[in-house]
Design a protein around this ligand. Structure first.
Ligand code: GDP
Length: 371
């Protein structure tokens, strides 16, 4: 392979063969005095951060470096897909550094949601995975909601240290970085070469007034994301793009609801009661008798029950596994969360027994109701 030198922006070796791989620059750029890779070019000129397809190992090396720095770690998650947002091994990488947990996509939550409960739930989920964040901030990177609050919290918590932003792909990290760049004045942005120890990979650096910096790290893929189990077109069908409206289903014991062809909720036992569904507003919900549900699934998975769209796509899904929940009588509402898809809310007026079927790898769990 021909050598083209290295990017004047980030230092990565320039290549012209694959636009999806790191260090890509078009042939036409090679004649310039100063050559920079397409990613740096975009950051400089379009205020855009392009995703770079790096191997998991490369990413892990970068994360490994964070433990030996003195910094604040800002971890971004998608509040609709906490499990799919999780960076496995993060507690190890973070070392002793404090963590600020950022829940993105708050714009999609119904208006009557109690945001404190969302934060408490996120704290709880993080703790279950061995992490104790200093605080949780809920933002909408896309709508620019609570970005000021985020930057203020970062300012308070970093106590003169650098800041590392981490997160898996699809959580909206790029959108958030672009927001931050925008708020800091992207014209001033400088891409510098200060690779982590032991790697040649680079990161985006946003300089702060005190000589410290905010560093963006590349997003790693978490294969437990429901988004990695379906086609990009189907992913668009299950990803809400506007505020979620709840849908109420009065169910009798012995009835089932299909959420497209990606999950099935069986109301096994209990008095007739409402199940309130929070998923993408356009997702097809199919009600059937529990005793018929297996047959319906067999006959119509990928055709009536979509997404997945098409029988091939249906077959390609991981096999469904069952998650059994017992709802106790109480004054509180309980949510059953299907990571990446949404949740079902059940009032505690009566005892109930509910079984959720979902593709293997997709986390299904209970939490205190958010409303
Ligand atoms: P990254 O892979 O983590 O860098 O994620 P992106 O920034 O590319 O965002 C992933 C998807 O989530 C894109 O379709 C974004 O438009 C969408 N997204 C990002 N932030 C938000 C947000 O605050 N609200 C909503 N509704 N969607 C968002």
């Amino acid at each position: 392979e021909q050598m083209h030198g290295s990017c004047a922006g980030c230092g990565i070796a320039i290549q012209t063969a694959d636009a999806k791989k790191p260090g890509y620059a078009p042939e036409s750029a090679l004649g310039r005095k100063v050559v920079i890779c397409q990613r740096c070019y975009r950051i400089k000129h379009y205020n855009e951060v392009a995703p770079v397809g790096m191997g998991d190992d490369d990413f892990l090396k970068i994360l490994d470096g964070i433990g030996s720095t003195e910094s604040l770690v800002v971890m971004v998650v998608d509040i609709f897909d906490f499990q799919g947002s999780w960076l496995k091994g993060l507690p190890r990488f973070v070392g002793k550094n404090p963590i600020l947990l950022v829940g993105n996509k708050v714009d999609l939550l119904p208006r009557n949601i109690n945001l404190n409960r969302v934060r408490n739930w996120m704290q709880h989920e993080a703790k279950e995975r061995g992490l104790r964040p200093e605080d949780v901030v809920l933002i909408s990177a896309q709508k620019g909601l609570h970005i000021d609050e985020l930057l203020n919290r970062i300012g308070e918590l970093r106590k003169g240290r650098d800041v590392y932003i981490v997160g898996v792909t699809n959580v909206g990290k790029s959108t958030m970085i672009n927001r931050i760049l925008h708020d800091y004045g992207a014209a001033e942005l400088e891409i510098t070469t200060s690779p982590f120890p032991g790697t040649t990979l680079d990161k985006i650096e946003i300089p702060l007034e005190d000589g410290r910096s905010i560093f963006d790290t590349p997003g790693i893929i978490n294969r437990d994301q429901i988004g990695h189990m379906v086609s990009p077109t189907d992913l668009r069908k299950i990803t809400p793009t506007s505020r979620i409206n709840s849908k109420v289903y009065q169910l009798d014991a012995g009835q089932s609801l299909f959420l497209g062809g990606l999950a099935r909720i069986d109301f096994v036992r209990g008095e007739r009661q409402p199940l309130i569904i929070y998923v993408d507003n356009d997702l097809y919900i199919h009600r059937t008798k529990l005793e018929k549900a297996d047959e319906v699934m067999q006959k119509h998975h990928g055709t009536l029950l979509v997404p997945p769209t098409g029988e091939e796509a249906a077959k390609a899904l991981p096999p469904f596994v069952k998650h059994t929940f017992k709802i106790n009588k109480s004054t509180m509402t309980t949510d059953i969360v299907i990571s990446g898809l949404g949740w079902v809310s059940i009032q505690g007026k009566h005892e109930a027994s509910v079984v959720v079927h979902a593709p293997k790898g997709v986390s299904v769990g209970m939490r205190k109701g958010l409303i």
